[in-house]
Design a protein around this ligand. Structure first.
Ligand SMILES: CC(=O)N[C@H]1[C@@H](OP(=O)(O)OP(=O)(O)OC[C@H]2O[C@@H](n3ccc(=O)[nH]c3=O)[C@H](O)[C@@H]2O)O[C@H](CO)[C@@H](O)[C@@H]1O[C@H](C)C(=O)N[C@@H](C)C(=O)N[C@H](CCC(=O)O)C(=O)O
Ligand SMILES: Nc1ncnc2c1ncn2[C@@H]1O[C@H](COP(=O)(O)OP(=O)(O)OP(=O)(O)O)[C@@H](O)[C@H]1O
Ligand SMILES: N[C@H](CCC[C@H](N)C(=O)O)C(=O)O
Ligand SMILES: [Mg+2]
Length: 472
């Protein structure tokens, strides 16, 4: 029970935005969605005894006993009410959010592990999993809806957490899932094409990411990747204290890559050398971002660097699997052109000349279609052989997705490319038919995911397990 400003003097039992959960004692927020309009469920919630409504459009008829409050933006109203209902948990934590096309899960996971090692009680909100210390709470979104987010933050506060690290997706900014949440700091990793099904233009996508920085309070830090073309744009209108990290341009937190190999990265940060187990230049950025954030949160540089060397990669991010005949498998969540290019270039940098690279990759259905030809072209360009296969086809015909991918492969590279729509068969084909002794098989796009969504049904599927089977 709590009071919220929208309904003064009333003890509210809970908040909801799904009519199916509306009970008497609850407040129902009608939200115009992408599939249906929440306003069309007002009769249903009334029949279920729910008499407190928040709407953008006043209904023609308000039944007796119902209090209906009109707001300009019900997503924003929900977020504000959720923060109030849970007594502003974000204000009781040092909460750091990260936005960017790639590297969010990696960064928050590393921060969570780092801060645990530094002796703090921590919470984690990520695509892969949410955590309160060691307690696992399954994750359904990269950034939860405002209600679940505030409930989760409140649980972290109750569990005695001092710090929390969360991913901030562009969808979350647009849908105001983080509205009213108080951040102590924000990190920007990078921006390249993705999600143009939702944002329509790249400018809109940039604007969404920037919206997170624009809303930061003056007390927070805003830490950006100065080597990214849009890094400085993120800082343009923020009230927060501005900082940068990078390998190339002038920055507050700067690193140099001493070596980058199969055994990890040797970095020089602040004139100190550190060895990290993570692989690839993109991970040097992720590590530098967490180093900067840790110092801005008051941690001591030397201690942070000691702990950084113990950190392991996040689940499904450049995870290596040894096979028979010295074949090596890599499972990676690269599902954007930029991520795929980074991962493939990294493999090219660390591999021996004799090792061939076989890439198994697909593109998700009912998502940004423009990335499909680009990803196939990149796979062909940086691999010796490619198996185009299905990712999560969702409601689309897998063969149509494969046609769109294949269209991006230039004629000169076509001979490298195979098509096997069934992902398991594709992985087996790559390992057992295409790979020779010592070769590297990259399975990209699904990383930690333990399902494959086909026609609305999620089937058990785990790239790591399938790869292991193909190796045995
Ligand atoms: C496109 C998108 O982001 N959609 C999110 C949005 O759903 P929506 O706008 O489609 O909602 P809708 O189904 O049209 O329903 C509208 C309203 O009617 C209500 N309703 C609906 C049916 C009913 O019977 N009764 C009822 O009251 C719904 O609860 C909702 O309030 O609001 C829902 C509730 O919060 C989210 O679950 C849903 O995420 C969907 C499942 C999704 O797939 N989202 C992805 C794209 C997403 O958010 N991804 C980002 C990561 C992106 C990245 O990688 O960077 C994320 O943060 O996870
Ligand atoms: N800093 C980075 N720059 C570019 N690519 C990266 C970076 N970090 C990781 N990657 C690549 O992008 C993939 C996704 O990384 P990660 O899961 O950390 O990103 P994310 O931003 O959380 O993605 P999502 O939006 O899907 O949740 C990795 O598997 C890796 O291939
Ligand atoms: N967070 C990403 C995940 C994509 C992962 C890929 N496996 C797919 O299903 O397209 C998205 O919502 O676009
Ligand atoms: Mg993520």
């Amino acid at each position: 029970m709590a009071q919220i400003t929208l309904f003064p003097g009333i003890e509210v039992e809970n908040l909801c935005f799904d009519s199916r959960k509306a009970t008497s004692g609850a407040v129902f927020f009608a939200i115009p969605g992408t599939q249906v309009d929440g306003h069309s469920f007002l009769t249903q919630v009334y029949e279920q005894g729910c008499q407190h409504w928040v709407v953008e459009k006043m209904p023609e008829l308000i039944p007796a006993g119902v209090t209906c409050v009109q707001v300009a933006d019900s997503n924003a109203a929900l977020a504000e009410a959720a923060a109030e209902f849970y007594d502003h948990p974000s204000k009781k934590l040092k909460l750091v959010g990260i936005t960017g096309t790639n590297g969010k899960t990696t960064t928050v996971t590393l921060l969570f592990e780092l801060f645990k090692r530094l002796g703090h009680r921590c919470g984690l909100i990520s695509t892969v999993v949410n955590k309160i210390e060691d307690k696992i709470i399954p994750s359904t979104h990269t950034t939860p809806d405002a209600l679940s987010l505030n409930a989760l933050l409140a649980d972290m506060v109750s569990a005695g957490c001092s710090h929390a690290f969360m991913e901030v997706s562009s969808h979350a900014v647009v849908q105001k899932r983080i509205h009213g949440v108080q951040f102590s700091g924000a990190i920007f990793s990078n921006i390249t094409r993705d999600h143009l099904d939702f944002h329509e233009t790249f400018d809109e996508y940039i604007k969404a990411k920037k919206g997170f920085f624009d809303a930061l309070p003056a007390s927070a830090f805003a830490l950006t990747n100065v080597d990214d073309k849009r890094g400085m744009v993120m800082l343009q209108n923020t009230a927060a204290k501005k900082y940068g990290f990078g390998l190339l341009n002038a920055a507050d937190f700067k690193a140099k890559i001493i070596s980058n190999g199969v055994g990890g990265l040797q970095l020089e940060i602040d004139h100190q050398q550190v060895h990290a187990q993570l692989i690839g230049t993109f991970n040097a950025y992720n590590l530098l971002g967490i180093y900067g954030a840790a110092l801005l949160l008051g941690e001591e540089s030397h201690e942070v660097l000691i702990q950084i060397s113990a950190l392991k990669t996040a689940p499904g991010r450049f995870e290596q699997l040894a096979g028979s005949n010295h074949k090596m498998g890599i499972v990676d969540y690269a599902h954007t052109p930029d991520a795929l290019e980074n991962v493939l270039k990294t493999i090219q940098t660390i591999k021996d000349k004799s090792q061939r690279v076989i890439t198994v990759v697909g593109c998700g259905g009912n998502r940004d279609t423009g990335k499909r030809p680009i990803m196939a072209e990149l796979a062909a360009k940086y691999s010796d052989c490619v198996v185009l296969t299905s990712d999560n086809p969702r409601k689309e015909d897998p063969e149509v997705i494969l046609d769109q991918m294949e269209a991006g492969v230039p004629a000169t590279l076509k001979s490298k490319v195979h098509r096997v729509a069934d992902r398991k068969e594709g992985i087996f084909f790559a390992v057992q038919q295409l790979a020779g002794a010592g070769d590297i098989i990259l399975v990209a796009g699904k990383g930690h995911e333990n399902y494959q969504e086909i026609n609305g049904v999620k089937y058990d599927f785990d790239d790591k397990l399938v790869l292991g089977e193909a190796f045995s």
